[in-house]
Design a protein around this ligand. Structure first.
Ligand SMILES: Nc1ncnc2c1ncn2[C@@H]1O[C@H](COP(=O)(O)OP(=O)(O)O)[C@@H](O)[C@H]1O
Ligand SMILES: [Mg+2]
Length: 395
């Protein structure tokens, strides 16, 4: 890619509307453009970073055994009436009607739809555990969209949903996502700390937010500084094995968001020189919510004794578009963005320092051609070897 052929509408001046550094740098670097409050077009440079982040998220979900699918952005209101959330969700939900006056909504999350898909097909505990995810645009009509892609109205989220026969199995699914998240954010060059958190409108009784410490973050957090140096599980981690050792290590050190902060425990357990009280950016959140949706929406499977039981569920979100901003908040200096290599829009820059000289022009050109990613060629020729033994002649 030649810079002269790239679409890179950089801005020299600091945009007035940008309150935080990531928003400022993203606009100045020509990564995205606001089209309406909290709604952005991703320009080529920003889009490359977004796609790299998305791919890391995908690889770690796949490694942990989750299966990718793709659900639509538009959902039927009736589905949300089944769970009781159509009325409960309030003005953050963008409600639409089609030409037949059918009520639709632009999905803010997908618990209802995935439960509907699950109950249509899965009837036995033998098909469990199951974890399905997608990476899809969401819409939440936030009261105060701000900080660029960090709190948008339309934003890209990875959301996974686990289905298990009982609480013990559901906790194992939760643990798999917990470990997958540790790996995901570390691969992007981020220190994202799992912190005990409130469950909010998703419901349920167990939740962790993954938080990148930053003064510009929206969440107040408390932790023991030891949590900043715990080891990240390697790529050989066995997701079918026992993960409780890793979970214990990460959850026994104090780390909580201000909503669930236990001041007495913080005082008691954390030595004065290790007390951290700061702000952070929530880049992901995981929930175990038990039978909240399966009860309401009748997602039942036959257990080993043949009796139908509601499945135990969890949901697991990653803010893919928010991560672009979060990474910049964590990785910049006065001169601009310092990309962690794994998410850098380009891996190398070739500078021709003697333009017009035949030798350097040719050398720069050949360097560029050698750096180009090569598409793997598929063979268009028909196989010349004998047909497989069990193949039958055409009839
Ligand atoms: N308005 C938003 N803009 C960008 N990213 C968001 C927004 N809301 C949520 N996210 C991202 O999606 C992830 C999962 O969302 P969730 O926890 O359901 O939302 P919330 O924390 O707002 O209740 C969050 O951890 C965050 O990274
Ligand atoms: Mg959250």
């Amino acid at each position: 890619m030649r810079l002269s052929r790239f679409f890179l509408p950089i801005q020299k001046e600091n945009p007035k509307e940008a309150e935080i550094v990531s928003h400022r740098l993203m606009l100045r670097a020509g990564m995205m453009r606001q089209e309406a409050a909290g709604i952005y077009a991703w320009l080529p440079l920003g889009f490359r970073v977004l796609k790299k982040i998305e791919q890391i998220v995908r690889e770690e979900q796949d490694r942990a055994g989750a299966l990718e699918l793709l659900m639509p952005t538009l959902q039927l209101a009736d589905l949300w009436r089944e769970s009781g959330r159509y009325d409960a969700y309030g003005p953050e939900m963008l409600r639409i009607s089609d030409r037949h006056k059918r009520e639709l909504l632009y999905g803010p999350t997908n618990e209802e739809m995935i439960t509907e898909i699950f109950r249509a097909y899965v009837k036995s505990y033998k098909s469990l555990p199951l974890n399905l995810y997608h990476i899809q645009w969401k819409f939440r009509d936030e009261q105060r969209p701000r900080f660029g892609v960090m709190r948008g109205r339309e934003f890209l989220m990875k959301d996974a949903y686990s289905f298990d026969i009982d609480e013990a199995a559901a906790r194992r699914s939760y643990n798999r996502m917990f470990v997958a998240y540790l790996r995901t954010f570390a691969r992007m060059g981020l220190k994202a700390i799992p912190m005990r958190a409130e469950t909010g409108p998703i419901g349920g009784d167990l939740s962790h937010e993954f938080i990148v410490l930053a003064e510009t973050g929206e969440s107040g957090v408390y932790c023991d500084s030891d949590v900043l140096n715990l080891p990240i599980p390697g790529d050989d981690v066995d997701y079918d094995g026992d993960l409780t050792g890793i979970i214990k290590q990460w959850t026994s050190v104090y780390a909580a968001t201000e909503d669930v902060h236990d001041a007495a425990r913080f005082e008691r357990e954390v030595p004065a020189d290790k007390k951290v009280h700061t702000r952070g950016i929530e880049v992901g959140q995981i929930f175990y919510f038990g039978t909240k949706y399966s009860d309401a929406m009748k997602a039942l499977v036959a257990g080993p004794d043949g009796a139908d039981v509601p499945i135990h569920g969890g949901s697991y979100g990653v803010g893919v578009s928010r991560l672009v901003g979060a990474i910049i908040e964590a990785c910049h200096d006065d001169a601009g963005i310092k990309w962690p290599e794994a998410v850098a829009p380009f891996k190398a820059v070739i500078l021709n320092l003697k333009q017009g000289s035949d030798d350097t022009d040719a050398a720069a050109k050949s360097c560029m051609e050698n750096c180009r990613p090569r598409a793997s060629m598929c063979s268009m020729t028909t196989p010349t070897s004998a047909p497989a033994r069990n193949s039958r002649p055409p009839t």
